[in-house]
Design a protein around this ligand. Structure first.
Ligand SMILES: NC(=O)c1ccc[n+]([C@@H]2O[C@H](COP(=O)([O-])OP(=O)(O)OC[C@H]3O[C@@H](n4cnc5c(N)ncnc54)[C@H](OP(=O)(O)O)[C@@H]3O)[C@@H](O)[C@H]2O)c1
Length: 423
């Protein structure tokens, strides 16, 4: 059987992990040959490269080489990676990529190009690295009607939230610890703002619901405004705060997709996912709830998924590019204002009489009723504010937001608003 000829673009963390696996794995050696590695600097020492591989610095050395069957894009980012993948697909080469940003932004264009040229795009590694969730959605559940997909898809934020909850430390302390252990970047913005999770949410929702969900249209909130008090109060109420990427079908047929920190009950399948681990919960009509969990980052887990995609291409069983949800028709998204949920609200208020009555009154005028009120004993902060923690009964998000906007006119401190999920 002839071997699939591979070109690898990028020898960073993941590229080196894949090169190592290709050199060590016997199935890879039987079915694949790594011919070219496209790098910027060919003079840098590169460990783990097999004797078959030569370093090249010119895109044309890969695209113009008729022997190369597949290009593995591991550059990251959008612009250069897009140019590389466009050229590879147009030249009739398969593409395998771990690049969530590229697919979340340019998925429909690349899949259309792959279809036109009769080639495939493998992207298992783009969401949750080694967890085979893309395969589950594209293959195992292909005939299922998927009702919802919810995931912890970012290891950095899950590590921070787990440490805040278990070690009772502040957000800043947990972030510092994550950075020291290599789970957070020196600049953590992309992870803690939820942007990384939004790209993955876009890909998962596109596959689950069969029409393209542009990640830039997904309402996205991160975890940086959460305090130790929020994590403590959530725990005391029987919940755990997790950054959840969620998509579900609504009664109107639109999709409700969001990324936000959410209060999950302790017995929710995602509540027990700790530290840097990832997990995705899929609810479908016939199968009910299934959970897929494991290591969602790192060179070894990511290389496992990349290798599986390469072997599929080698065996001619990579899925055609026409079933992937990266279609030209954009999904219809439900506006967040229409969501009806229970909410946790943390206000920072002055320690004086009449404040609670004022808050309850403003909420009541917007049809938001209170389920519980808690004023934990606390020393006033630097601005003399104390916490006021409320939970609401089911309320329309638009009404809650209007009430909170009204309350923001008061010279009080920050507000934290989180959705409470009951199952
Ligand atoms: N890290 C993870 O755990 C993980 C998990 C799942 C998916 N991914 C995805 O995998 C991809 C690669 O991530 P990574 O962590 O390996 O990144 P990385 O360590 O920064 O490596 C990227 C490599 O690509 C090269 N590169 C970037 N742009 C290039 C260009 N225009 N021309 C030539 N070379 C270029 C860089 O070369 P220089 O060294 O010369 O800059 C570097 O060697 C990303 O899409 C990422 O989202 C990563």
């Amino acid at each position: 059987m002839s071997k699939l000829v591979v070109a690898l673009a990028g020898l960073g963390t993941i590229g080196t992990g894949l090169a190592r696996l290709l050199a060590e794995n016997s199935v890879a050696q039987e079915r694949l040959v790594l011919k070219s590695v496209l790098v910027r600097d060919a003079s840098k020492p590169r460990p783990y490269l097999p004797a078959s591989a030569r370093l090249v610095t010119n895109l044309q050395d890969v695209i113009g080489d008729p022997e190369i069957d597949v290009v593995v894009e591991l550059w990251g980012g959008v612009d250069a990676a897009l140019k590389l993948c466009r050229s590879a697909l147009a030249a009739g080469k398969h593409v395998v990529t771990a690049n969530k940003n590229l697919l979340a932004e340019k998925g429909p264009e690349l899949f259309a190009l792959a279809r036109e040229n009769g080639v495939t795009i493998g992207f298992e590694a783009s969401v949750c690295a080694g967890i085979p969730i893309i395969r589950v959605l594209r293959e195992a559940l292909r005939a299922e009607r998927i009702l919802s997909v919810e995931g912890i898809v970012n290891g950095t934020t899950n590590y921070i939230l787990t440490r805040m909850s278990e070690a009772h430390i502040s957000y800043d302390e947990a972030l510092k610890e994550a950075q020291e252990k290599g789970y957070a970047e020196p600049d953590p913005t992309y992870d803690v703002t939820g942007k990384d999770a939004a790209c993955k949410a876009g890909i998962l929702a596109s596959l689950a619901f069969g029409s393209f969900v542009d990640s830039q249209r997904i309402p996205t909130r991160g975890i940086a405004t959460l305090g130790a008090e929020d994590v403590r109060q959530a725990e005391a109420m029987g919940y755990r705060i997790k950054l959840i990427a969620a998509g579900r079908r609504t009664a109107s047929g639109a999709l409700d997709v969001e990324v936000a920190p959410v209060l999950l009950p302790h017995d929710h399948p995602l509540a027990s996912v700790r530290l840097e681990y990832n997990a995705v919960l899929v609810e479908s009509q016939g199968l009910g709830r299934t959970v897929y969990s494991g290591k969602g980052a790192g060179p070894a887990p990511t290389a496992v998924s990349l290798l599986a995609d390469l072997l599929d291409a080698a065996d001619g069983r990579a899925l055609p590019a026409d079933d992937a949800g990266f279609t030209a028709n954009p999904a219809v998204l439900e506006p967040p204002r229409d969501q009806i949920d229970r909410y946790y609200v943390h206000l920072c208020v002055p320690d004086k009489p009449g404040v609670l009555a004022k808050v309850a009154g403003v909420l009541a005028t917007r049809d938001v009723s209170l389920a519980s009120v808690l004023q934990p004993e606390a020393e006033p902060d630097a601005q003399s504010f104390i916490p006021l923690i409320l939970t609401t009964h089911r309320a329309r998000r638009e009404n809650l937001d209007a009430a909170l906007t009204e309350l923001k006119k008061e010279p009080w401190g920050k507000q934290v608003v989180l959705r409470i999920q009951d199952r």
